[in-house]
Design a protein around this ligand. Sequence first.
Ligand code: HEC
Ligand code: HEC
Ligand code: HEC
Ligand code: HEC
Ligand code: HEC
Ligand code: HEC
Ligand code: HEC
Length: 382
Amino acid sequence: MKKMLRMAARSCGVWRLGCVYLPALLIVLSGQLVWGKVTGPCVNCHTMHNSQNGSSVVDVDIGIQPALTTTDCVGCHSNDTATIKDLGGGSRVPIVYTTSEPSLTPGAENSMLAGGNFYWVVGDQTKGHNVYGISPEADSVLTKAPGGMAGGGGSSPCHDCHGSLATPKSGCKGCHLPAHHADDSGVVVDAEHGSYRFLGDIMAAENPGGPAPGGPYGLKGIEDPDWEQTVSSSDHNVYSGTTDLYQQSLGAPPIVDTIGQMCAGCHGDFHDAMNTGQDGGGNSVSGAWIRHPSDVIIPDSGEYAFYTEYNPLAPVAKVGIDAGMENAPTVTPGTDVVTCISCHRPHGSPYPDMLRWNYDSCQAGAESNECGCFVCHTKKDD
Ligand code: HEC
Ligand code: HEC
Ligand code: HEC
Ligand code: HEC
Ligand code: HEC
Ligand code: HEC
Ligand code: HEC
């Protein structure tokens, strides 16, 4: 790991003059940067001959890099402290793994980004997804994605991703379908623009039959330009949700444009049979809940009706997102939905089950700004 970081640093260090000055000038001239797709000199990220001053840039032990890049996913997306790494020339890398503990206070140079940080998983496997290149081994307790299909064990091709994300064929690519050069300059990013945070239709890529009819599919969303390093009720990502009920099926891949359905692709039961009405395959949300609802409308009544100012501690997803909804400071009960990332961070968090808050701070009848359950269940702290 350290070696890879050193290499990433060296590849820019060697070219520092070219790296910083020329592109800086270009930024000034063009006046505005379009965040989202990569910018900056090719040499920041690619090596043409895998050779610099006669030495290899990429250690062959790491394996083949995608598209002649100087390092792999983890190499580029890791850092010691800062959670946005500046390679110069407008190339800013969002960091998902820092070797020092990230700050939980938004706005600092080392504040964790929206997805959380793998830092905590390295010390404690219960605090996030164990991924290849960061976690030395698979989760010792969870041998498959809870709520998901079996995965078939170590020798099955489906064990990658569904059984463990700590295998060479899964890791970051178990969830992301990278498209660093895709044009995502519009407000709403979707499959045609590299998908929200490159969360594309992974099963289509895995499926020899190609994408499902009408595809390719990918997540839709509005991307906060600093990946929520600074975040507030009026400065945040906008997530796509749905009220369509999710049904697991091998034959018909999910039309994944919502973040909840993407999680559900591996954790199906947590999104499928959520209540007694659905138990047995029925497609309704009547009856008592047997699991906490996801992609279900927040009622415009009772305690729920008071969640009207967006709170990034427990975000909601919006149905049918469109330009004009960026940074939406309001929550609309009766329309917006609760979803997986209302309560979880996808990479890792300081808390068990990669929750967004310390569940111990949730004590009925005791007020707490730290407990995300109270953001929707507004009367349970009274
Ligand atoms: C050579 C360096 C480099 C490598 C290798 C690399 N990335 Fe990136 N990645 C970047 C940069 C720079 C950005 C920021 C682009 C931008 O400004 O939005 C980025 C952005 C991202 C994003 C966020 C996209 C968004 O919409 O903001 C994801 C997700 C991502 N990379 C995943 C991956 C995965 C998975 C791999 C491995 C297959 C990978 N990256 C390999 C440099 C790299
Ligand atoms: C800040 C990092 C960064 C910079 C700068 C960058 N690239 Fe890339 N590029 C990547 C990453 C990461 C990938 C591999 C993953 C992917 O395809 O998303 C990639 C993939 C590619 C690919 C194959 C996939 C595709 O989209 O066609 C080509 C070709 C490419 N880059 C050419 C270039 C050229 C030419 C330049 C300079 C004009 C450049 N890149 C600058 C990060 C970068
Ligand atoms: C590279 C990672 C990866 C591999 C390998 C993989 N899957 Fe998946 N699978 C996913 C992801 C991610 C999803 C969530 C949806 C998406 O992004 O396409 C998913 C979703 C699914 C779903 C849910 C479909 C639905 O309608 O809910 C099924 C079923 C499935 N995979 C079966 C398989 C089988 C069978 C194999 C082995 C032949 C396999 N997967 C191999 C990553 C993978
Ligand atoms: C279990 C699925 C999953 C895995 C595995 C995963 N990611 Fe992500 N990643 C996500 C989701 C979901 C988001 C969007 C988070 C949000 O916007 O709230 C995301 C966001 C990102 C971003 C944007 C910054 C941020 O925090 O929002 C980058 C960069 C990124 N991932 C890179 C990686 C890299 C590199 C790896 C492997 C070390 C990886 N991811 C593994 C699901 C995953
Ligand atoms: C590609 C398949 C895949 C996708 C997509 C996926 N997960 Fe997972 N998840 C797994 C696997 C495998 C495990 C068990 C191994 C582990 O914890 O690393 C797991 C474990 C978990 C755990 C328990 C962590 C622990 O160690 O106790 C939580 C919570 C979780 N996932 C939430 C999510 C959420 C939320 C999303 C969507 C943002 C998501 N997952 C998307 C495969 C997936
Ligand atoms: C209302 C908040 C909330 C929502 C929404 C939510 N979760 Fe959870 N999740 C939790 C809590 C809290 C736990 C800790 C264990 C418990 O109390 O059940 C947990 C535990 C988990 C686990 C670990 C289970 C185990 O056996 O160790 C997984 C996996 C998981 N959630 C995935 C998901 C997925 C996927 C979604 C969306 C379909 C989702 N969660 C939606 C709050 C939530
Ligand atoms: C983003 C909003 C949101 C968050 C955060 C949230 N919930 Fe919920 N919760 C809901 C919605 C919406 C329902 C379903 C309301 C209905 O019945 O239509 C629900 C239902 C429930 C129910 C079942 C209520 C019933 O009438 O059967 C319980 C129990 C519950 N939540 C507990 C929790 C706990 C504990 C947490 C924190 C771990 C939490 N919720 C976090 C929105 C949320």
